[in-house]
Design a protein around this ligand. Structure first.
Ligand code: AMP
Length: 212
C-alpha cells in the first residue's frame, strides 16, 4: 500500500507527473483542486461554500477541505494506496492527515517535492489548458485545436489560471504551503526534485525516486 504526496507550487507539474505515477502503481490520484472544481461546477453545498476562495486564488478553509478528504480517503479504491495532489496545503491539514494515517497504523511513504523558480511557474500556468473530462493539462501550443490529446475532451483555461489569480496562488503557496517542505524533510520522507526541466527529464527523476 503506497501513499505518496506530490508537493509543489501551482504550475510546477504535479498533475502531469501524477498521471504517470498513478498508472505505474495502479493507485488513484486524489486531487483536492479537481474535487473542489467538480463541486463548484455542480453547485453542491461544498461548491457554493468554496467558490469565492477558489476563484480568488485563496485557500478554502481547512475544515471544508479536511471533511472532503476524510470522506475521499474512506472510499474503497484507496485500499491499495493513493497519490495526494494538492492536499495537505497547510501545516494544520498535514497534522490532521498524520493523525488520520496514524489511527490506521500507517503514514505517508514518500513526499515528492517538485521545485521550480517562480518565472517558470508563471510561464507554465499562462501557457496551459486543462481537459474538462480527464483533467489532463496540455501546453496550448501542443493542442492548438483545444482538443485533449489523451481523451478527445474539450480543453479550457482554468478560471484561476488567469494571471492575477495565478500570481495570488503562488503567493499563497509561498506563505501557507511552502512550510510543509521543512515539515516533511524533518520526518525524513521528502525527496526534492528539480522540476524546471522538460517533462521527460523530471519524470526520469521521479521514477528514480520511486524506483520504478
Ligand atoms: P489546485 O487545483 O490544486 O491548484 O487547487 C485549486 C484551488 O482549490 C486552490 O487555489 C484552492 O482555492 C483550492 N484548494 C485545493 N486544495 C486545497 C487545500 N488542500 N486546501 C485549501 N484549498 C485548496
Amino acid at each position: 500500500m503506497l501513499k505518496i504526496l506530490l508537493l509543489g507550487a501551482p504550475g510546477v507539474g504535479k498533475s502531469t507527473h501524477s498521471a504517470k505515477i498513478t498508472k505505474d502503481f495502479n493507485i488513484p490520484a486524489i486531487a483536492t483542486g479537481d474535487i473542489l472544481r467538480d463541486n463548484l461546477k455542480n453547485e453542491t453545498e461544498l461548491g457554493l461554500k468554496a467558490k469565492k476562495f477558489v476563484e480568488a486564488g485563496e485557500l478554502v478553509p481547512d475544515e471544508l477541505v479536511i471533511a472532503l478528504i476524510e470522506d475521499r480517503l474512506d472510499q474503497d479504491d484507496t485500499k491499495n494506496g493513493y497519490l495526494l495532489d494538492g492536499f495537505p496545503r497547510t501545516i494544520a491539514q498535514a497534522e490532521v492527515l498524520d493523525a488520520f494515517l496514524a489511527s490506521e497504523g500507517s503514514g505517508l511513504d514518500c513526499v515528492l517535492y517538485l521545485n521550480a523558480a517562480k518565472e517558470i511557474l508563471v510561464d507554465r500556468i499562462s501557457g496551459r489548458r486543462v481537459c474538462l473530462d480527464c483533467k489532463t493539462a496540455h501546453k496550448t501550443s501542443d493542442a492548438p485545436d483545444g482538443i485533449c490529446l489523451e481523451c478527445g475532451g474539450e480543453l479550457v483555461t482554468r478560471k484561476d489560471d488567469e494571471s492575477i489569480t495565478a500570481l495570488k496562488r503562488i503567493e499563497v503557496y509561498n506563505e501557507q504551503t511552502a512550510p510543509l517542505v521543512d515539515y516533511y524533510r524533518k520526518k525524513g520522507i521528502l525527496v526534492e526534485i528539480d522540476a524546471s526541466f522538460d517533462v521527460e527529464t523530471v519524470q526520469a527523476e521521479v521514477d528514480k525516486a520511486l524506483s520504478v
